[in-house]
Write a protein that binds this ligand. Structure first.
Ligand SMILES: [Zn+2]
Length: 357
């Protein structure tokens, strides 16, 4: 497979929700965990008819769309049919009338699950609520769904999906596929395919490197993990899943790693954001921390990497993509200052968070 033919059978539907607080809503600064938790517990309770002990059976999971969406949470990230893009601001409280948005990205044919996703997002806001129980009311915050769009961020297009008056859901006409990726890759490469590219890490990027965590940005590790993720998604959700076998992945990785090793990090303004979540279902703490900030990278030729990086924008990377981790964005960097500013902040290591999880 060459960069042009990689992942040509994969599609991603980005479904963006815009909501308005009706009562105060309080969440942690990193909001992915709260959004995902509220949505998931609602969808399980409301739309899955099976008693609790039957929800985990293989036959039930094979036929229940809700459990298909939510029950793949154990095991590799590549089996999960969606990723969540939370609001990136660190705002913790929304007053009535304030708006925010977040995006569910559905992979491959899982778009048939869209009505469940939309209804659950709407119902969470109006019934059980979101975020912390507030001291003043004892209840979680309520919101109203204002708009739902499908977006193709690579083409800069969007389409309204929800008719707010009568709750009709229009079928999405837009999705991200190889064409939109190729178009933006070409625009980003421009006439000078080398030069500086900026990678903004918008939500914690948690990657494994040599059995530990990647606490300092390392482009070859980033590229290898990205290829592994895209192959896992291709195998699971591509129309030609059989193309994404282990031998092909190994060959592609072997071709990319020497190229990636030549890419220089000319500015590293990343820092570890120590985020922890708590699952009321399992009673366990989750480590969601990762690198945020930005890096500026210099390459002789970006063309082999651009399709990968742009697919990565759409599918996210690393642990916890269903909870909003690993969102990033690629753009052309301005001229790099000659002193190569090292803006890296001190990396706190008290997180107790070095294990492979
Ligand atoms: Zn079910």
């Amino acid at each position: 497979m060459t960069p042009d033919t990689l992942f040509h059978d994969l599609t991603v539907h980005h479904i963006r929700f815009q909501v308005e607080a009706i009562t105060p809503i309080e969440m942690d600064a990193f909001k992915g965990s709260a959004l995902r938790g509220a949505w998931q517990s609602y969808i399980r309770r409301a739309y899955c008819p099976a008693p609790t002990d039957a929800k985990t059976s293989a036959t039930h999971r094979a036929t229940c769309p809700v459990c298909y969406l939510t029950a793949r949470d154990t095991g590799p990230e590549g089996r999960r049919p969606f990723a969540l893009r939370p609001p990136f601001s660190r705002q913790r409280r929304y007053e009535p009338g304030e708006q925010f948005s977040f995006t569910f990205s559905l992979f491959g044919d899982t778009i048939f699950l869209l009505p469940y996703v939309i209804l659950a997002v709407a119902e969470v806001g109006e019934t059980c609520g979101l975020g912390r129980r507030l001291d003043e009311s004892g209840r979680r915050g309520r919101y109203r769904l204002q708009a739902v769009q499908t977006v193709d961020p690579h083409r800069g297009q969007e389409q309204e999906l929800l008719d707010a008056t009568n709750r009709v859901i229009h079928p999405p006409q837009l999705c991200v596929g190889a064409d939109s990726i190729a178009g933006r890759a070409q625009a980003l490469a421009g006439e000078t395919p080398g030069g500086a590219m900026r990678l903004d890490l918008l939500s914690p990027l948690r990657l494994i490197r040599q059995q530990g965590l990647m606490r300092e940005f390392h482009f070859p590790v980033f590229v290898q993990r990205l290829l592994e993720r895209l192959f896992a998604l291709g195998a699971e959700f591509g129309r030609e899943g059989e193309r994404y076998d282990k031998a092909t992945l190994a060959a592609v990785v072997a071709r990319y790693l020497p190229l990636a090793a030549q890419v220089q990090v000319v500015e590293d303004a990343t820092a570890w954001w120590d985020v922890q979540g708590y699952s009321s279902r399992t009673g366990r703490r989750h480590y969601l921390g990762g690198l945020v900030g930005h890096v500026v990278l210099q390459a002789q030729d970006w063309r082999p990497f651009l399709p990968l990086l742009l697919w990565g924008e759409s599918v996210q990377l690393g642990k916890n993509v269903v909870k909003g981790g690993g969102c990033f964005r690629v753009s052309r960097a301005g001229p790099v200052p000659s002193h190569s500013a090292e803006a890296r902040e001190a990396r706190p290591s008290q997180e107790g968070d070095n294990a492979h999880r």
